[in-house]
Write a protein that binds this ligand. Structure first.
Ligand code: SP5
Ligand code: ZN
Length: 342
């Protein structure tokens, strides 16, 4: 398995996030990537390859140009207003307040960032672009003959939509990779999103497309973040009707229940006859994760890897969530080793 990582991703390190009325340490921290790198090395995976810079074209194949301009310039504009720490939105254009895009950076923060957990610091754009480059390099590897690759992306991506950041995500790395695979000649690409949270951004990006299947297992929005998407009756629209499959799961979901839902999702993947698979790999499903309300043990991870190998398709793993930093690397390597050893 080829491994891709850019150390530029480590520089994005906001100090804090808002949780239950107080500021807590930012959970999506650089140590996450270091935990994964250490576990990969200990397990004998090859040293990570640094991605090439393909410019902005792969990003702009997925994201809105004005949104990307906002991400690139927000910190400078925020600094120009005299602020020195991180840029957070403090107001949002929720239904009822209007639909006019403002020109102020304060207004644009709420326009383009849908939650309070996705701040912008000086290093954010460079790290986020390096993450997209990492996903893109992994896609090129798989498109040119690698059986599998792991793109160690950070910050994660699956909550980012065409013109929205949120949930620690700014650019949708998995979507950028899926589009790159299409552009390299894969006729049909399947995205399997196993992060604990619904990949609202990936769903939105491909909702009306029939060439990219999106299958997601996640905490039911009836109780879990991101609260507004991920329902089982969201199945796609237009040319994409039937190519979105949401499998929302209850609080307390066990490993056996999670694997049963996985098998259901993999059945749909098989029917779709994809030419390549992108796995949005979050391991925040783990019962010990600070964000998880599942009861999924670490044994689920090698089982996931083995089942994915059983598809027999070129497979790109793109890192998403997982916040139990001490065990994160071990859990990720559990999936990748399960795939390799199958
Ligand atoms: C990529 C990814 O995993 N993003 C997740 C963002 C979640 N942010 C908000 C989480 C709110 C959790 N509420 C507290 C649960 C404590 N057990
Ligand atoms: Zn997550």
């Amino acid at each position: 398995m080829r491994v891709f990582f850019s150390p530029r991703q480590l520089a994005h390190a906001p100090a804090s996030e808002f949780s239950r009325g107080e500021m807590i340490a930012f959970r999506e921290c650089p140590v996450r990537a270091q935990s994964i790198l250490a576990a990969l090395a200990a397990a004998g995976f090859p040293a990570p390859e640094q991605p090439d810079d393909p410019g902005l074209a792969p990003v702009l194949a997925i994201h809105d140009g004005e949104y990307v301009d906002f991400l690139r310039t927000a910190w400078t504009r925020w600094r120009a207003g005299g602020a020195t720490v991180a840029a957070y939105p403090t107001a949002w254009p929720v239904p009822g307040i209007g639909e006019r895009r403002p020109d102020t950076v304060e207004g644009l923060l709420g326009w383009y960032i849908f939650d309070s957990g996705t701040p912008i610091v000086a290093e954010t754009w460079d790290a986020v672009k390096a993450g997209a480059d990492t996903a893109h390099a992994g896609a090129l590897a798989v498109a040119t003959g690698a059986r599998s690759a792991f793109a160690l992306c950070r910050p994660p991506g699956h909550h980012a939509a065409r013109a929205l950041a949120g949930g620690y995500c700014y650019l949708n790395n998995a979507a950028i990779a899926a589009q790159a695979l299409r552009d390299q000649g894969a006729g049909r690409v399947a995205i399997l999103d196993v992060d604990y949270h619904h990949g609202n951004g990936t769903q939105e990006i491909f909702y009306e497309r029939g060439d990219v299947l999106f299958v997601s297992l996640h905490a039911d929005p009836a109780f879990g973040y991101p609260y507004y998407t991920g329902y089982g009756d969201q199945s796609g629209r237009g040319a994409g009707e039937g190519t979105t499959l949401n499998l929302p799961l209850a609080a307390g979901t066990t490993e056996a229940e999670w694997l049963a839902a996985l098998d259901h999702g993999l059945g749909r993947l098989g029917d779709f006859a994809a030419d390549a698979v992108v796995v949005s790999l979050g391991v925040d499903t783990w019962e010990g994760d600070p964000l998880s309300h599942f009861k999924v043990s670490a044994r689920a991870f090698p089982a996931l890897g083995a089942r994915l190998a059983g598809l027999g398709l070129p497979t790109l793993f793109v890192m998403e969530g997982g916040y139990a930093t001490a065990e994160l690397g071990k859990n990720v390597v559990g999936v990748l080793s399960g795939f390799e050893d199958a």
